[in-house]
Ligand binder design. Sequence first.
Ligand SMILES: *Cc1c(COP(=O)(O)O)cnc(C)c1O
Length: 217
Amino acid sequence: MSVKENYTNVSSQIPANVELVAVSKFHPAEKIQEVYDCGQRVFGENKVQELVSKIPLLPKDIQWHLIGHLQTNKVKYIAEFVDTIQSVDSEKLLIEINRQSEKYNRKIKVLLQVKIAEEDTKYGLEIHEAKDIFSQYLEGKYPHIEITGLMGMATFTDQKTQVKSEFMILKSLFDELSQFKKLEKLSMGMSDDFKIAIECGANSVRIGSAIFGNRIY
Ligand SMILES: *Cc1c(COP(=O)(O)O)cnc(C)c1O
C-alpha cells in the first residue's frame, strides 16, 4: 500500500476529537510531503538532528513535535520552532526548555513523559516525580512553558490486558492532575496499540509505521 492509502486507512480509524501525530522519523522529506499533501499538519520526530535537517525541506506550517529523549544541550536547536516537546523526562530538561523558551519569547508546549511500562528500557518520569514537577509548575516555577498534558508508552507486548492497565495508569494521573489545571493532551498509543489507547482515553496518538511503512533501522 502507498503512504497515501495507509494514511487514509489510519485516519479513518481515528475519531475526530483525537489528534493524530504522524511519526516521520527515519523517513525522507518527500514521504512527509506526501502525507502533508493529504492534509496532515502535525508530525513527530525523535531526534533533534534529523528534525533540524528536515525543516528547510518542508512547508512552514507543519507543527513539529519532538517525541524522543531530548538531551538538555540540544534544546537550543529546536526552541525557536518546535510546537510541542512530548518527551520531558526530567526536571533539568524542563528548566532548560523554560530558559530557551524565554530567550525566543515563546511559550513552548510540553508534555510530561511518564513511565508506565513494565520494561525498564524506556525513559520517563515516575508518577511521583511528574506530580512534583506539576505542582512546581502550578506554583509558577516555569513561567515560559505550558504543560499541556502527559505522554506515555506501554510495554511492547501482545498482552492487551497489560497494555490496557498501563494506559489506565496514565489516564488516572491525567484526571488527577486535571483537577488542579485542565490538561488538554493525553498522548498514548502507537501503530500497534492506538485503538486500546483511545479506548483508555487517549486524545492524541503517535503513529509511524502504520502510515509510513516499516522503518529501516
Ligand atoms: C517511533 C515512535 C512512535 C511511533 O511508533 P510506530 O510503532 O511506528 O507507530 C511513537 N512514539 C514514540 C515515542 C516513538 O519513538
